[in-house]
Ligand binder design. Structure first.
Ligand SMILES: Nc1ncnc2c1ncn2[C@@H]1O[C@H](COP(=O)(O)OP(=O)(O)OP(=O)(O)O)[C@@H](O)[C@H]1O
Length: 617
């Protein structure tokens, strides 16, 4: 019973619908005009904050231009009104177009450069508002502003008081549902991956630049719509309505509500409108007050009020709800799911890569056949990770060819290589925050089927089909490694070894044609090694092509079908494990003791702590 109530309230926007019905009926309950305006202002700021949520909270981009887009939407509505076009839907349509253009114009250069350049470019847009208004003072009214914008129409009917209130609340709610559908889809998940690691995003098949632009431009749209509502609500606009103080206040509200939470936006907006910082005594110090507030909230409450709510819900779940039955059903589902891992041939010829004169790879030749596990061993700095980076498109070799069956990979971006079927893991596990194990593994599926943003917004059948397949494959991959019982756990709080294993599972869930594993056994205990071994063997036995870079030589000798040994960027020996283990050059350069079986020697080899320029190890 309690479980059903929990599902009803959290897995559907049940609470949101209830709040919406209550709020939209408030005028009927006698809410006076002053309070109607306050509630509308909350709706307006909710729209702006939700846009900030998307670009800042989910995608991790510090985009300050929301207020400029908000102003643009407001002026669009006011100018149209003065030209005799009073229909609110027309104004919203025009504001959306202008917001998209403003988002593209400020986002494309800002996002192409660096993290901070977007903040600077978007900040510049806010400073531009007074100048633009003054340049076009004929239509904008200059610094005096545009008064008398009262009573928009909807299909020819004038919207006064409560009707305008209800339209504002209804359209804000519709946007929030669209926003929610976006962020709980693959799009929202990959944005969370992006804010954790652009490199991981690329190697899962997402284009970092495209995702950043999408998040920024989509985030601009509600700000434009908010501008329209604001104009009709205030009846007057001037450049003074869109200040730096407002920018900081909205940022503070977003962070307080919870920047990566859908419902954090209305909560933050409500506090902004009704909270103590609105008191007249704060007005003189508002910029400083919001600034201090931002710092304090940023440090003390990094996930905002939504973060606290999430923690409480998780605790209640753990304490009172049927976690074990959830786990059982997960395992049951996993056992019925199937995974197909059709391996492809990987052929590397003459691959060379130098870093400022240092040859990390010098003409490496290596072939890996489907249905095999191939290990690459060698001392620290031999070039193993550089080779994996070259295959996965994280860096581009200076010379040579890398073919996946007949497809040339050299020159392709990492996201394209991933979509062609190269899955990989990293020496330092890259696991985004605030995701369950199952969600993390599902991100490995991105290369199949893309983002389906429209299907996700409209909840089309294809959206559910893709999500179901993602879930089935993720559960199958988890059960491949015997980790299905962890599906509902918070991924980041797992021990390092399990996170390492989780990376492998994520890559396997993508059903890759080639699976590249960079030191997956480091830090694993005996049980972890057994699970890793099981996962790799099952992948191989179902036809997969597995490439393993590893310092744990006993593990390599036990698991691999063939071994390549590298030294200073070249392959010095290759063949079956038993042959390579007895190769004199391999013993001299890596295994350590001439002529001796290496298993007991190499356990002393420590993984290095080098980090290369890509930050990818
Ligand atoms: N981005 C980079 N910039 C400069 N030098 C680099 C970069 N990446 C790797 N190197 C250098 O290239 C050489 C090969 O490094 P790589 O990380 O590929 O070795 P590895 O065999 O994977 O070592 P380990 O076992 O320690 O991970 C090293 O000398 C390393 O310092």
């Amino acid at each position: 019973m309690l479980g059903k109530l929990r599902t009803l309230t959290v897995s559907t926007p049940f609470v949101a619908v209830l709040v919406f019905i209550l709020v939209i009926e408030l005028p009927l309950f006698g809410l006076d005009l002053y309070w109607q305006r306050q509630v509308m202002l909350i709706a307006v700021y909710t729209l702006v904050c939700s846009g900030l949520n998307l670009s800042f909270g989910y995608a991790g981009e510090l985009a300050l231009g929301q207020v400029a887009v908000f102003a643009a939407g407001a002026y669009v509505a006011a100018i149209l009104y003065n030209e005799g076009y009073t229909d609110i839907l027309l104004a919203i349509g025009a504001a959306v177009v202008v917001a998209a253009i403003a988002g593209l114009v400020s986002g494309i250069p800002g996002l192409r450069l660096s993290h901070w350049s977007l903040a600077l470019v978007s900040f510049f847009f806010i400073l531009l508002i007074p100048s633009m208004v003054s340049i076009f003072h004929g239509v904008t009214g200059g610094s005096a502003g545009l008064p008398g914008i009262i009573g928009p129409t909807l299909f020819g009917r004038v919207l006064y008081g409560p009707e305008f209130f209800q339209v504002t609340i209804a359209l804000t709610f519709i946007w929030m549902i669209i926003f929610r559908n976006m962020v709980v889809s693959r799009f929202g998940t990959i944005l969370r991956v992006l804010s954790a690691s652009p490199t991981l995003t690329e190697t899962l098949g997402g284009s970092v630049y495209r995702l950043r632009v999408q998040a920024y431009v989509i985030g601009a749209l509600p700000a434009g719509i908010a501008g329209v509502f604001y104009t009709y609500m205030a009846g007057f606009i001037s450049p003074d309505s869109f200040t730096m103080t407002l920018t900081i206040a909205l940022l503070a509200a977003t962070v307080l509500g919870g920047a990566d939470s859908v419902w954090g936006a209305p909560v933050g907006a409500a506090i902004l409108v009704l909270g103590p910082l609105q008191a007249a005594s704060f007005e003189r110090y508002s910029v400083a007050a919001y600034g201090v507030f931002l710092i304090v909230v940023g440090i003390a409450l990094s996930a905002g009020l939504a973060g606290i709510a999430r923690r409480v819900i998780t605790k209640v779940d753990r304490r009172y709800l049927a976690r074990p039955s959830q786990i059982e059903s997960v395992e049951e589902e996993a056992s019925h799911a199937a995974l197909s891992i059709p391996g492809q041939r990987l052929e590397i010829r003459g691959v060379t890569k130098a870093f400022a004169g240092l040859k990390a790879l010098s003409g490496v030749d290596l072939t890996v056949e489907p249905g095999t596990i191939t290990a690459i061993i060698g001392a620290n700095g031999a070039g193993k990770t550089t080779l994996l980076n070259a295959v996965s498109g994280v860096l581009h070799p200076d010379a040579g060819t890398i073919k996946l069956d007949d497809v040339e990979l050299v020159g392709l971006k990492a996201n394209k290589v991933a979509r062609l079927g190269v899955g990989r893991t990293f020496q330092t596990p890259l696991i985004p925050k605030r995701m369950t194990v199952l969600e993390v593994v599902e991100t490995g599926r991105l290369r199949h089927g893309g983002l389906n943003l429209i299907a996700a917004i409209l909840r089309l059948p294809v959206h559910y089909r893709v999500r179901r397949k993602d879930r089935e494959a993720a559960l199958a991959a988890l059960s491949f490694a015997g980790l299905a019982h962890l599906a509902n756990e918070d991924a980041q709080s797992l021990p390092l070894g399990t996170r390492r294993l989780l990376e492998v599972v994520r890559a396997v869930a993508g059903e890759p044609h080639v699976l590249l594993l960079d030191e997956p056994a480091a830090g694993l205990d005996d049980e972890g090694l057994r699970e890793l071994d099981l996962l790799m063997r099952r992948t191989r036995d179902s036809g997969g092509t597995v490439v393993l870079v590893e310092h744990n030589v006993p593990f390599v000798m036990e698991t691999a079908d063939q071994v390549f040994a590298m030294e200073l960027g070249t392959v010095i020996a290759s063949g079956p494990p038993e042959v390579v283990r007895r190769d004199r050059r391999v013993i001299d350069s890596y295994l350590g003791r001439r002529g001796e079986p290496a298993a007991d020697v190499v356990s002393t080899v420590e993984p290095s702590a080098d980090v290369n320029e890509t930050g990818v190890r």
